[in-house]
Design a protein. Structure first.
Length: 368
C-alpha cells in the first residue's frame, strides 16, 4: 500500500470551516433531520440495562436484528451479516470476490464513489471503469463488453452517489446475468433505497434469480444515524461462513447498543417517517435545480439519493475550483474529478442541509 491518501471530502470540509466567510456545506452526506424517536428512547433504555447486556453481541449481529432485516428483504436470516456500516459490507463482499474468484478485476461505473476503486486496489485488485450513460446509469451491454475472464465482481450503487441514477429490476437482472456468465459477484450497494423520487424506478438486486448476488445496505442515511455504523450485507449461502470469519477477524463484533436501538427503530418507526424525509429532499432538489437553471448550469436531476451533479461552463470540477467556490461563492461542493474521468468537469452537491435554498441563491448569483 502507498502512504495514506486523505480523501478530499475531509480536506474540503476543513477548508470550508477555516474560510474567512460563511459557507454552506454541501460536501458532507450527513443527514440534517431527526432520527426516529425509537433511536433515542432505545439508547436510554439500553443504558439502564444489566451489565450482561453491555458485553459483546454475536459477531454476525443481534439475532433479532438479523431476523428483522431478513423479513424486510424476504431472505433467510442466515444470509444476513450485520456490519460496521455499508462500507464494511462492501469490503467483505469485494474481498470475498477477489479471494475466491479466478480474476482480479472489479468492474464499476465512472463516475463512482471513490471508496470502491480505492478499496479494490487496497485488496490487490484492479478496477475496470465503465462510463455511465447520460442519465448516470450503467448500460448492462457496456458492462458485458467490459467484463471478461479476469472479472471477480461487478459493483453497482443505486440510487447512485454521485449521479442520483436509479437502476430498476430489469437492469439489476441483466447485470446479475453478466456476473453469472463470468462466475463473478454482483455487489449491489442499496444504501439510498429509501430516497427514490420516481415511484417504481428502484429494483433490488435480490430480485435476480442468481446465486452470485450480494446486496449491501445500512440505516445510516435513512435513519440519520451515520455515526452508529450499523450496516449489513445479504450474501449467497455458500459465502456466509467465509464472510463471517473475515468480519470476526477484522471487527470481532459491532456495537451492541447501536444495534439494539436500530432494532427498536425498525420495529417502531412508521413509513411516514421515511416519506416525510423523502419529500423534504425532493423539495430541496426542486429548489436547487431551479437555481441551477438560473445559473445556466447543466445538471442531472436525481431520481434517487440526495446528490446533484452540476457543470458550469468554463469552471471545471477540480479541487482548486472547489476551494475557489468556497472562497468566492460561500458554497462547498465536491469536485467531480474526485469521482472519475467522465464527470471531471462537474461538481457534486449534497442536499442534506437546511440551507440548500440559500446555497442555490449563492450559486445563481455567482454564475448567473
Amino acid at each position: 500500500m502507498d502512504d495514506y491518501e486523505r480523501p478530499p471530502f475531509f480536506h474540503l470540509m476543513e477548508y470550508a470551516a477555516d474560510a474567512d466567510r460563511d459557507v454552506v456545506d454541501m460536501v458532507s452526506g450527513n443527514p440534517d433531520w431527526e432520527p426516529p424517536e425509537a433511536i433515542r428512547s432505545g439508547l436510554q433504555r439500553y443504558a439502564e440495562g444489566s451489565v450482561e447486556t453491555f458485553q459483546y453481541p454475536p459477531s454476525e449481529g443481534l439475532v433479532d436484528l438479523r431476523a428483522a432485516i431478513a423479513e424486510r428483504h424476504g431472505v433467510d436470516a442466515e444470509r444476513v451479516v450485520v456490519t460496521n456500516g455499508t462500507g464494511e459490507a462492501n469490503y467483505l463482499a469485494m474481498a470475498t470476490a477477489l479471494e475466491g474468484g479466478s480474476g482480479g478485476e472489479v468492474v464499476m461505473a465512472d463516475p463512482v464513489y471513490p471508496y470502491y476503486h480505492k478499496r479494490t486496489r487496497m485488496l490487490g485488485g484492479t478496477p475496470r471503469f465503465v462510463p455511465v450513460e447520460p442519465d448516470g446509469t450503467l448500460d448492462p451491454a457496456a458492462v458485458r463488453q467490459a467484463a471478461g475472464e479476469d472479472t471477480a465482481a461487478i459493483v453497482v450503487n443505486s440510487p447512485n452517489n454521485p449521479t442520483g441514477a436509479v437502476y430498476g429490476e430489469a437492469s439489476k437482472r441483466d447485470l446479475a446475468a453478466v456476473a453469472d456468465e463470468h462466475d463473478a459477484l454482483l455487489i449491489s450497494d442499496e444504501v439510498y433505497e429509501r430516497f427514490v423520487y420516481d415511484e417504481g424506478a428502484f429494483g433490488s438486486a435480490l430480485a435476480a434469480d442468481s446465486g452470485n448476488v450480494v446486496v449491501t445496505n445500512a440505516v445510516s442515511k435513512s435513519m440519520a444515524i451515520t455515526g452508529f455504523r450499523v450496516g449489513y450485507g445479504i450474501f449467497p449461502e455458500r459465502l456466509v461462513d467465509a464472510v463471517r470469519t473475515r468480519h470476526m477477524l477484522v471487527n470481532v463484533a459491532g456495537s451492541r447498543p447501536a444495534q439494539r436501538a436500530v432494532l427498536d427503530a425498525i420495529e417502531a418507526t412508521p413509513e411516514s417517517y421515511y416519506e416525510r424525509n423523502r419529500d423534504r429532499l425532493d423539495d430541496r432538489i426542486g429548489t436547487f435545480c431551479d437555481a441551477l437553471d438560473d445559473a445556466g448550469a447543466a445538471y442531472t436531476r436525481p431520481q434517487g439519493g440526495f446528490y446533484v451533479m452540476a457543470r458550469f461552463d468554463g469552471y471545471p470540477g477540480t479541487l482548486g475550483n472547489a476551494e475557489r467556490l468556497i472562497d468566492e461563492a460561500g458554497v462547498a461542493g465536491m469536485p467531480g474529478d474526485a469521482f472519475g474521468d467522465s464527470r471531471a468537469s462537474w461538481f457534486r452537491f449534497a442536499l442534506v442541509t437546511p440551507r440548500a435554498a440559500e446555497a442555490a441563491e449563492r450559486l445563481s448569483a455567482y454564475f448567473g
